[in-house]
Write a protein of this length. Structure first.
Length: 907
């Protein structure tokens, strides 16, 4: 068939929401068409005739927030990016009249009509009336029945819709009504052996296609996106009587991303190398011995950050060779136990700092990949076993010892019919089970899902996973910024997972844009008035007046209290629809106050908007109002104290009348959303002055929802104030500015402190022209700790871009000496100058320049002109050492090597 602009408009107009209303307004459809035109003009691609899904997916990838054409996709609040994704669906479906839609409906016998009087059996050709939240399914549409409330969870049947949505007595309360559809069952697979499609695999489909549908697996009657529906249909057709575990393994091995083409060839190459050595009478080659023990990642798997220090490898090489030879000869559980006992003895003798469990396990995995997996952590192995037992119904035990754990994992694969000859591929697939579990977001609901049956909110607490109050502290360059971003996202969205740093940054930015994460930097002049509440001056007609103003913390507390996932989703959808309308109209949309006063709005970022009254006599008149106040008013807050409340109320009225915002916030299942306050440089502010009397309220037990909730009266407004338990506070602290001991005691008692020390081991096996970065950084920091303290060390982050696995895009695989020189010139040396107050003598000690030849010393004495010549006829000036930075030294590998070696060793 042909595809066109008109066909695209018809397709968008045909989409319906669960309540049967159009999914998109005409203004939004116009915006999407404009978005495709923007791509056409910006990229010179004729989108309107484009039907090649590979090319369409490439455009989606390139215009995504992290893509090379992100500036095109993000135009007008991401309209082009969203539009091209809709075009992909339109092309995939072909025509709204040709292909049936596909829906996911929860299966539970109790949720069928008249189930109490007529026992329900799920069987081919059976006809059922089943509960379905959505009114959208049409006759002939496909339905997959998802068993969610009992194990094993997954798709257990395929059916066809025979009657559209109708109302009938609610299955759990006949005095109420609910929506049902009639279906005819086509095929049933109730067990993992019959080929049930496992939930874990459905989640991987969503992750693979970067689809938010993953969050909808807990809902009933939702439309399955085309890409996911195609995966489900294809796999269902090919997996009858294929064990669910085997389905997961084989899909992983066939998928172009999850099969890990970046890792698998290296893994296979290492196994082939080991196989040759296993049958050789010669000792293990030195090169192999080194890669078996020392790297963080060696082609088999990663053990970072628990790597074996290189210095231990060099000093205990004979011991490590003996261990490796024992494993090569007999990689059994008995050998494993014996080696651990031997190693523990070596630790007591001072040969090693500790027993490197995962490093030893990795050597076993290298020599016996058919016997041991690359999941070298016993904790992760047990997690996989629990999944196999609970979700794939495997009959197994849960031992604590790593060899026994692997035996049960591999026997489970064999019992499921997996091809055991694919040793490397199966290892990758097992690892992907572990990754899938890490990525999981699973909110288990019960019968209170249904709006008419809910009396209270269900809340999923995350307090056991992330502390409510935490501070990351350490010297500069130790990864505090990244770990804070990670912690903030995990606190705000506990189920979110990411594969790359860019994915994490994109989610962090999304949560920041929606106000769920708020960032602030403390400084010496930051005050209670900025943080909690204060007064602000306004001039009107030459008169100055003062208004009460909520501070950043108070506003965030109110947002957290008023938040719920379902309510916010409804508000956010309406808000986005209004933004689309404003974009489409060029900010010419007219709104009205309750009294009929007309006005227009224009947005300033995500927090405020400008209001332009139509009949004002002032020149360039506008007022400022807060976005959060519109949301608060919707949730029942009073207008008292709000800026320009009549315009806030008018905008809320517009959302209800034109943007499908429900008249009242939903009362159905509402999981509170988490909010996060990130306080950078928390130690630089005056904590007592900023928090005031509220410092006690942030204690977990004193939070709203805690064991001993506390409420105070704010002195300025007289408002009652408490801090909810869904607001997380994450601080960072640079110990080079101020040590932990100097912190306010009230703050120290109420926060968990997580140290972020330098980690030179992350640079293990990283050499820049024979310069060992790990040894160099470790030596520098040991000297700084002696001359100053550990709070003033040099962080590893400054060097991480020199690591082969962390090279910037388009950079050579291996870093050059010039790049190392830039790190020293622009980061290391300026820090040392700051730390030692330009005490050059001590800086030379840190860099070992006193033991180098003058031409390769970074810091050296400068002769300069004699004092008498510089200051003629002045006798009071005493001669003192003068120093200079030797730029030539930065280009010498030997200058860096002699930081951690002596002259004889480097010669």
């Amino acid at each position: 068939m042909s595809f066109s602009r008109d066909g695209f408009r018809d397709y968008l107009g045909s989409l319906k929401k669960a309540d049967g209303k159009p999914h998109f307004t005409n203004n939004t459809i116009d915006s999407y068409c404009s978005g495709l035109n923007h791509i056409y003009n910006a990229l010179q691609i004729d989108v309107w005739s484009l039907t090649d899904q590979n090319k369409i997916q490439q455009i989606i990838h390139d215009t995504a927030p992290t893509g090379i054409h992100a500036v095109v996709g993000l135009h007008n609040s991401r309209v082009p990016y969203n539009a091209i994704k809709r075009w992909a669906d339109y092309v995939a479906i072909g025509s709204i009249d040709v292909e049936p839609a596909t829906y996911l409906v929860h299966w539970a016998p109790a949720r069928t009509l008249n189930a109490d009087s007529n026992p329900v059996t799920l069987a081919p050709d059976s006809e059922l009336s089943i509960s379905c939240d959505s009114k959208q399914p049409a006759i002939g549409d496909l339905v997959y029945l998802m068993r969610y409330e009992s194990s094993p969870q997954g798709i257990v049947a395929k059916a066809v819709v025979t009657r559209t949505s109708f109302d009938a007595p609610y299955w759990s309360d006949p005095t109420k009504t609910w929506r049902y559809i009639d279906i005819k069952v086509v095929e049933v697979r109730q067990t993992v052996a019959e080929g049930l499609l496992p939930e874990l695999l459905l989640e991987r489909f969503c992750d693979r296609h970067q689809s938010s549908f993953k969050k909808s697996l807990t809902k009933s009657g939702v439309l399955i996106p085309v890409a996911i529906a195609n995966e489900v249909t294809r796999l269902w057709a090919n997996s009858q009587h294929v064990h669910s575990l085997r389905q997961f393994i084989e899909w992983t091995q066939q998928d172009e991303v999850n099969s890990r083409p970046d890792w698998l060839p290296q893994f296979q190459e290492r196994l082939a190398e080991v196989e040759q050595v296993k049958t050789s009478p010669e000792p293990i080659p030195n090169k192999m011995l080194e890669w078996l023990w020392t790297p963080g990642y060696n082609g088999i798997c990663s053990v970072m950050p628990g790597v074996l220090p290189r210095v231990d490898f060099e000093l205990q090489k004979a011991f490590l060779r003996g261990v490796a030879e024992s494993i090569r000869t007999e990689p059994s559980a008995e050998t494993h136990q014996r080696i651990f006992k031997t190693w523990e003895t070596a630790v007591r003798q001072g040969k090693f700092e500790k027993t490197y469990h995962v490093v030893i396990n990795r050597v076993f995995a290298a020599f016996a990949a058919e016997q041991y997996s690359t999941i070298v952590s016993p904790t992760n192995c047990k997690k996989v076993l629990q999944c196999l037992q609970q979700e794939f119904r495997m009959d197994l035990q849960l031992p604590n010892e790593w060899p026994e754990q692997n035996a049960w994992i591999l026997s489970s694969l064999q019992d499921a019919g997996v091809d055991m000859s694919k040793v490397a591929e199966n290892n990758v697939a097992i690892w992907q089970i572990c990754k899938a579990l890490d990525a999981r977001k699973k909110i288990i609901l019960n019968e209170t899902d249904i709006a008419e049956d809910v009396e209270g909110d269900i809340q999923v607490s995350n307090t056991d996973l992330v502390p409510l109050n935490q501070i990351y502290y350490g010297p500069p360059g130790t990864g505090k910024t990244y770990i804070t971003m990670q912690a903030a996202v995990q606190a705000a969205e506990p189920g979110f997972s990411w594969q790359t740093r860019n994915e994490l940054k994109t989610e962090y930015q999304r949560l920041t844009d929606t106000g769920r994460i708020v960032f602030v930097t403390f400084h010496q002049s930051y005050s209670y008035e900025d943080f909690v509440e204060g007064l602000t001056a306004e001039a009107l007609d030459g008169k100055v007046s003062y208004k009460k103003k909520s501070g950043l913390f108070k506003e965030l507390v109110e947002d957290a209290k008023n938040s719920s996932e379902c309510g916010n989703e409804a508000f956010d959808r309406a808000w986005q629809k209004m933004l689309d309308m404003l974009d489409a109209s060029g900010d010419e949309t007219i709104m009205e106050t309750i009294r009929g006063k007309k006005f227009k709005v224009a947005f300033e970022g995500n927090k405020t908007f400008r209001v332009y009254p139509q009949n004002s006599q002032q020149e360039d008149p506008y007022y400022v109002a807060s976005v959060s106040n519109v949301r608060k008013l919707y949730y029942g807050a009073t207008k008292k104290g709000m800026y320009n409340p009549s315009y806030v109320e008018g905008m809320l009225s517009f959302l209800k009348q034109h943007c499908d915002l429900p008249e009242k916030p939903p009362t159905e299942y509402a999981k509170k959303q988490n909010f996060v306050l990130v306080i950078d440089e928390i130690n630089r502010g005056n904590i007592s002055r900023i928090f005031g009397e509220l410092i006690t309220l942030i204690e977990p037990s004193r939070r709203l929802g805690g064991n001993e909730p506390l409420e105070v009266i704010l002195p300025l407004t007289g408002d009652k104030f408490s801090v909810p338990d869904n607001l997380y506070i994450i601080g960072t602290m640079n110990t080079a500015d101020r040590s932990l001991s100097g912190l306010d005691l009230a703050l120290r008692r109420r926060f968990d402190f997580i140290e972020m020390p330098p980690q030179p081991q992350l640079l293990a096996d990283v050499f820049v022209e024979d310069v060992d970065l790990e040894l160099m950084l470790k030596t520098i920091n040991e000297r700084i700790a002696v001359l100053l303290d550990k709070d003033h060390c040099i962080g590893h982050a400054s060097f991480m871009h020199l690591h082969p696995e962390h090279r910037p895009a388009n950079a050579p695989e291996f870093a050059s000496l010039k790049e190392l020189a830039q790190v020293f010139q622009h980061k290391v040396l300026p820090l040392l100058q700051e730390y030692f107050f330009e005490d050059w003598q001590r800086i030379t000690w840190v860099l070992n320049d006193q033991n180098k030849a003058t031409e390769i010393a970074f810091i050296r004495k400068s002769a300069g002109k004699p004092i008498a010549e510089l200051f003629k006829n002045v006798s009071q000036i005493k001669a003192r050492d003068r120093w200079e930075i030797n730029q030539d030294a930065f280009e010498s590998a030997k200058a860096y090597q002699l930081i951690y070696q002596d002259e004889a060793a480097s010669a």
